[in-house]
Design a protein around this ligand. Structure first.
Ligand code: ZN
Length: 118
């Protein structure tokens, strides 16, 4: 099964970069459309992330406790956490979809003001 980059603009298909993980909303670099992460897909990603984090964390703790070495245990937990963050950033665009963002009423005048500015 090939991995499919799902974090794309629904209007033009432009890919949302991995930095999109940091914010629920984004602006398409291809067509400037306002985008919002699909809440359903977001829940799937965070559920997967949580399962992997708990399973990996418990496995790490179980394995290193056999060594009975506190420094090794702490080091392995930190190493696991340091691996988990880039792994989640890597997996994110394959598990997230975007919807067009609804135009908020409070944003409309600001957006109009922005477009008038040269
Ligand atoms: Zn677009």
């Amino acid at each position: 099964m090939a991995l499919q980059w799902r974090a794309v603009c629904p209007a033009c298909g432009h890919r949302v970069p991995r930095s999109g993980i940091l914010s629920e909303t984004a602006r398409c670099a291809g067509c400037s459309a306002s985008l919002r992460q699909n809440p359903g897909w977001n829940r799937v990603f965070y559920a997967l992330f949580t399962v992997v984090a708990i399973a990996g964390g418990l496995t790490t703790l179980f394995v290193v406790r056999q060594a009975d070495n506190t420094a090794l245990t702490i080091g392995c937990v930190i190493a696991f956490l340091l691996l988990l963050l880039p792994a989640s950033a890597w997996a994110w665009p394959y598990c997230t979809k975007y919807d067009p963002a609804p135009v908020a009423k409070s944003d409309a005048p600001a957006a109009a003001e922005e477009s008038r500015t040269p």
